[in-house]
Design a binder for this molecule. Structure first.
Ligand code: XIL
Length: 342
């Protein structure tokens, strides 16, 4: 779909506080697949502008942290649903779908899990109980889950996470079995980073998941996190990754998209030219995504609303501007480009 930018070039849209393109029409209205965003509860609850932009533009929400084990089960057996429920209920009232992220991961675990001392059976029980209690609680309200997140190393071997140490290599298979048992209708995803360009890792993940499917285990799709940068990887590598995943008949979720303008963490100038490059890069990714067959397009989810909310500066300690909106919640060239290519 084409759209007109009101001012084609401005010297740094954030600073000049000028609207460079019209964002009055929701992104999701212009796409034929869901357009999602990671929601952080603090700004969602406290910043009306954040909440308005998130609600107006996106039709799928992933909780950025609220569905992780440390949030949902901070103490063994004492599940804390309140914050996650508030987001899910809000979503239902505004026609958003929720992508459940994430059931089994090696990070953001509560201390009671990382220090748990029990035998194999006790570990299996803890593992199954977490998966099934969470899925059951949201059944009918959360239609898709990242069942396992980041289980592979860059060299294609299995990450020696606490789950693998305690449960053995078969834990990935069993996580999917337990998930399907709890909600046979939910879409079940494996989610990971760098699959966009690391062929060794991607081959291992695909071989592993193919094997589980051969054993009759339900796996519906793969989340490519897509924390990428304007200089790396090449969009053609991403196109190749998309084709590769589809050739194995997995739906593709671009699940945590952000486009760094400063992957190397240098001192940078956030110029208009830099944001144009970011826009071009994003445009290419989205055009490649549109090339895959419809039935494999689960959707594209951005990992945050605005540059103010991105996890990257805090997590990696670098200056960056990786999202669609600037720090004043004005759409950036990346937003304008997205509308052009959708
Ligand atoms: C990140 C969140 O954005 C941060 O707020 C949090 O401090 C750490 O986790 N891969 C994932 C996401 O699967 O859950 C991570 O989210 C980013 C990397």
């Amino acid at each position: 779909m084409m759209m007109v930018c009101i001012l084609a070039i401005v010297g740094g849209c954030a600073k000049d506080n000028q609207l460079i393109c019209d964002d009055s029409q929701p992104l999701y209205d212009q796409a034929d697949f869901p357009i999602g965003v990671a929601i952080a509860l603090a700004p969602f609850d406290n910043n009306p502008t954040y909440r308005a932009v998130a609600t107006q533009q996106f039709n799928r929400f992933t909780a950025e942290n609220a569905f992780k084990a440390e949030s949902l089960q901070p103490i063994q057996g004492l599940f804390q649903w309140e914050a996650a429920d508030a987001l899910v209920n809000f979503s239902a009232g505004t026609n958003k779908s929720i992508h459940g992220h994430t059931l089994i991961w090696h990070q953001q675990l509560p201390a009671w899990i990382t220090t748990f001392e029990g035998d194999a059976e006790a570990w299996e029980q803890l593992f199954k109980t977490h998966i099934q209690t969470v899925i059951n609680h949201f059944k009918g309200r959360v239609a898709a889950w990242d069942v396992v997140n980041e289980a592979f190393n860059e060299d294609g071997t299995l990450r020696n996470s606490i789950w693998r140490q305690k449960l053995g290599d078969g834990y990935i298979a069993r996580a999917f079995v337990y998930a399907a048992e709890a909600d046979p209708d939910a879409l079940l995803f494996y989610n990971d980073f760098n699959l966009e360009f690391n062929i060794t890792k991607r081959n291992s993940v695909l071989a592993h998941l193919d094997n589980l499917r051969k054993r009759g285990i339900k796996i519906d799709g793969i989340g490519l996190q897509m924390h990428v940068g304007i200089d790396y990887p090449e969009p053609s590598q991403i196109a190749e990754a998309l084709r590769h995943v589809v050739s194995h008949s997995f739906r593709v979720h671009i699940s945590e998209l952000d486009v760094s303008v400063n992957l190397l963490g240098r001192a940078i100038e956030p110029t208009a030219a830099l944001f144009e490059r970011q826009a071009d890069y994003l445009g290419k990714i989205v055009l490649h995504y549109k090339q895959i067959p419809k039935q494999y397009q689960y959707g594209i989810t951005f990992w945050g609303v605005s540059d103010r909310d991105s996890w990257i500066p805090a997590y990696f300690g670098r200056e960056d501007y990786p999202l669609l909106y600037d720090e004043s919640y004005l759409p950036k060239p990346a937003y304008c480009k997205l509308v052009d290519v959708l």
